[in-house]
Write a protein that binds this ligand. Sequence first.
Ligand code: NCD
Length: 308
Amino acid sequence: MCAVKRDFLQIEGLSKSDLTALLERAEANLPIAEGRAPRKELLAGRVIANLFLEDSTRTRCSFETAVHRLGGQVFNLTSAGSSASKGEGLIDTALNVEAMGVAAIVIRTSISGGPAMVAKRVRIPVINAGDGRHEHPTQGLLDMVTLRESLGSLEGRRIAIVGDIANSRVAHSALQGLTTMGSEVLLVGPPTLLSAHQIVHDGTGHVSITHDLDAIIDEIDAIMLLRIQSERGAGSGIASDYRTLFGLTPERASRLKPHAVVLHPGPVNRGIEIDDSVADEHGGVRILRQVTHGVAARMAVLEALLAH
Ligand code: NCD
């Protein structure tokens, strides 16, 4: 049984068996997530609040789709058009949403630790859909589902995470999850966006840091590309050199192992993190498959928190 309790705030602290239970639940949900099997009715009569105070395409829509696939209803609140634009804070916004009788609140915010703050104040489950530079735990799950589908086990696999590690909540959740599941993680990026003291991990797994993508490109089982998080002040010094140093160009892609998998959480900046021809034609690219897995993974989290 999964030990995920009332909230789902981060991957850090979850055990291998917690994660395995969630991953297996997500994998079992895939036929429903893909619309090939009838929806469940677990959330029938219940309403989930999507509180998205930062922009989102994939995460917000896949939470919505996940709720629908579980038979529930969902409403969205974004900064534009809500009283957040008039200065109402995250906790007050969440307390008001709770007062409407919703079953759970999904939160995306630029405030690292914002969902955890809310979870202390409300009595319903809180799900972190990305908080500042901290974590993006459902993204971590969907990344692991995608890697398991393509590579089988995560144990002993070498996974490179490339780019703006310092500012990426996607990288932080992937790092926690993959090391817990026994993968070796190589963090690759410019020194300004990647330094040892910025990396938070619990020391259970094998993590190494390099600034030279070309030195490791032919040794890895998967490569996870990240966007420079310019909204968090990153990248001004590297922008024009980024593709040359860290982009997945056709030349680099040709050096990947034949079975290697290419991931990107989106949004993709074509011609920077990945060239058009690689994104569209390389056989290892799983970027849209990640999106499908996002629905299944978010269904799994909603089920784990609300199946009572
Ligand atoms: C990421 C995010 O918002 O953290 N996107 C996502 O949720 N799929 C990554 C990004 O914005 O670059």
